[in-house]
Design a protein around this ligand. Structure first.
Ligand SMILES: [Zn+2]
Ligand SMILES: [Zn+2]
Length: 415
């Protein structure tokens, strides 16, 4: 027989007859890493050793094949593995046939360096149809009110996502029928092409990696195994969320396939502008107009807050643009630690339309101010001597900045 000079599988892997699967895997892993063609380009000897070890592992890791081998030796292997007669493998399909062993032993380790094996290491081996696939992540955006961002809200949203078809339970086949194994990849979902000693793996173009061809598709999902489904979800938006932040809803994305986990749903929050408040982090800002007389004489005003109103004292002589900070009237920090402030900008409004009575009062005021100015200026001139010009009215023109500054200082002396 041609099998006469074949080495004993246990000898090939260097393990005892009663070796456990773990020991076999460990031994094979070591040899495979050592002799893999990718690591030994143009080395026929390494390739032969790699194939020999792979064949031994393939047999010894299969309960059925191992029992048969233990009973009958190499002779018992005839007819197993299909194409290659007594050898068990043809060199052409060795890499595709090894898919299950590699998946099992190397997991997601990217042995071939092309990423083609991803997902093959999951429980169940590398066969395309058994692969668990995680569902896609989904994203959508949601607009909420300013106050809702500040205090948190529960809001219902609907999302279109892909779910398993419940007629065929994700199989894609009409109930009562089963898919046929893809003839191009023989069910492995990927096609390996030998280029020199490099094995290039690509997703099977015929079955798109599923390893199966659906000849009698499910009527409900047209063989997709999944359907678009509109789901209504309640999103819990936490207090303190800000514009542009994302919430992750674990497992609310597309369903996984073959027991794979569902994807996640990311909800991007858009916070509507407020008619009155602006926000910077956890602080809120607003502008409050007060009248000229309120600014001059001082008053107490009511200012809208996130909740209700707050009373703010405006001191006499408040200038337009003055900022007042009210502690702890801002937004709760996301997560609950700390609270921001409300910052109020005072805007003194210059009246535009006056009643006759108001006009008279302002004119009276203007007269008083004029007298004040004359008094200040004559004092200023007396102090400054004759140099800087006695005609104060036209003086502002040429050196307004410096004379203004001095003027202010002088004014301070008299007030
Ligand atoms: Zn279906
Ligand atoms: Zn295929």
């Amino acid at each position: 027989m041609s099998n006469g000079n074949k080495r004993d599988y246990y000898d090939v892997l260097g393990v005892q007859k009663g070796a456990s699967k773990e020991e076999i895997k460990k031994a094979y892993r070591k040899l495979a890493l050592q002799y893999h063609p990718d690591r030994n380009p143009d080395n026929k000897d390494a390739e032969a050793k790699f194939k020999e070890a792979s064949e031994a592992a393939e047999v010894l890791l299969s309960d059925e094949k191992r029992t048969r081998y233990d009973q009958f030796g190499h002779a018992g292997m005839d007819g197993f593995g299909g194409a290659g007669g007594g050898y068990g493998f043809s060199s052409d399909d060795i890499f595709s046939n090894l898919g299950s062993i590699f998946g099992d032993i190397f997991g997601d380790f990217d042995f071939m360096g092309e990423g083609g094996r991803r997902g093959g290491g999951r429980r169940g081996g590398g066969r395309g149809r058994e692969r668990a696939r995680a569902g896609h992540d989904l994203g959508l955006s949601m607009t909420i009110d300013f106050e809702d961002a500040a205090f948190g809200i529960e809001k219902e949203i609907s999302v279109m996502r892909s779910v398993e078809c419940n007629t065929c339970h994700g199989k894609g086949t009409r109930p009562g029928t089963s898919p046929s194994t893809c003839d191009q990849c023989k069910g492995y979902g990927e096609v390996r092409r030998q280029q020199g000693f490099f094995a290039i793996a690509t997703t099977c173009p015929k079955c798109q990696g599923s390893g199966q061809l659906i000849t009698d598709p499910c009527k409900d999902c047209h063989g997709q195994g999944k359907k678009r489904h509109k789901a209504n979800l309640v999103v819990k938006v936490p207090a303190g969320i800000d514009n542009g932040q994302k919430l992750k809803l674990t497992g609310e994305g597309d369903s996984g396939q073959n027991g794979g986990p569902s994807g996640d749903l990311y909800v991007t929050i858009n916070v509507s502008k407020h008619e009155f408040f602006e926000r910077d982090g956890i602080d809120i800002y607003c502008t409050i107009p007060i009248t000229f007389s309120e600014a001059t004489l001082g008053t107490e005003i009511e200012v809208p807050a996130l909740k209700g109103k707050i009373s703010v004292k405006i001191p006499a002589g408040t200038q337009s643009g003055k900022k007042m900070r009210v502690k702890n009237k801002g937004i709760t920090r996301l997560g609950g630690y700390g609270i921001g402030d409300q910052i109020i900008t005072i805007q003194v409004e210059t009246p535009t339309k006056l009643t006759n009575e108001q006009r008279e009062l302002f004119e009276k005021l203007a007269n008083l101010e004029r007298k004040d100015k004359d008094k200040i200026r004559s004092n200023f001139n007396a102090h400054a001597g004759s140099g800087s010009g006695s005609n104060s009215n036209s003086n502002g023109g040429d050196s307004s900045n410096s004379s203004g500054g001095i003027f202010d200082k002088v004014k301070d002396l008299f007030t």
